[in-house]
Design a protein around this ligand. Sequence first.
Ligand SMILES: Cc1ncc(COP(=O)(O)O)c(C=O)c1O
Length: 380
Amino acid sequence: MQHTSKLPNVGTTIFSVMSALANQHNAINLSQGFPGFSSDKKLMDLVTKAMHSGYNQYAPMPGNMELRQRIANKFDFLYGTSYNPETEITVTAGATQAIFTIISAFVRQEDEVIIFKPAYDCYQPAIELQGAKTISIQLNAPNYKVDWNAVKQKINRKTKMIIINTPQNPSGSVFSEADMLQLQALTENTNIIVLSDEVYEHIIFDGKKHQSACLFSDLKARSFITASFGKTFHNTGWKIGYCCAPKELMEEFRKVHQFNVFSVNHPMQKGLADYLKEPSHYLELSGFYQEKRDLFLSWIKDSRFQFNAAKGTYFQVLDFSEITQEYDVDFAKRLTIENGLASIPLSVFNDNHKDDKVLRFCFAKTEDTLKRAAEILNKI
Ligand SMILES: Cc1ncc(COP(=O)(O)O)c(C=O)c1O
């Protein structure tokens, strides 16, 4: 049988490649972005209780109502804004499914979607599966600042969507209030939908405030916000997240969602709903990760790697240009095979694989793991 791939340029992701290499060489794995510690026992007990209390059949298509209500309460509590849990919030199988469903519900062939590179890897294939065009705007190391004039040049009548991600994976940078205001001004009087990927909203450092799209009224009116419980509660394997948007946008989203997953794992939704009653469970997260970032960076401050401390996420990027001029993919592989430490080369997230000699390290790991990783980095 012969067929033409709809995604000819997609192969095995670098995450699988680096993790396999890490396993093969028994290396410390700071490549893939998952926490190296357990989710709260309290949360696991709540999920178990939900299973024993009969939450084992299909949840309502948009999500367990208690969970949607708690999510709405969180928006009110954190950002002073309201989303109607009946019509404006949908629980999804992780943020990935929310992102894919948003793109497939709105983006058509010939449309253009603007994304910022380095970018998380699920945006572009979802755009291209719709037959649409990705318009990449490359942000540059070490600050990854957006030049909004450059964005303005790229907007035209074909622009259907702009995808932003703050705090940003992989660079660890965050959008400021000024960035969000620029985006709001640029999209004013257009039909552009904004997809604001905010999965790291609770991991932001140095007292900075997360600039959610919902804080800006004109932006909120055109935005989907996507979120991930996996990132927030150390259980990426549960694949539960959610998205919210104004009613008219959410109606279209649900038309696709109901024929895609229909509804998401019910006992986990009920467990999460109960767990969310206590805001400290997410409020403590920035402090928890800031401590890890600071420890990791203090241990490598005299190494030959250069860095600006991550402003958010659980990723730290390190510049290795003083060590070698090797292609970053080759250096990342060598570091894994010869030195026993796996990371992700940033070029894989960049436009045309631009190589700034930067590697991404995930610091959502135990102190002991980070200490051993730092010892390796200090010897390079
Ligand atoms: C920026 C970004 N968006 C979305 C996701 C996907 O989240 P989930 O695991 O909830 O699907 C990730 C996971 O790494 C991410 O880093």
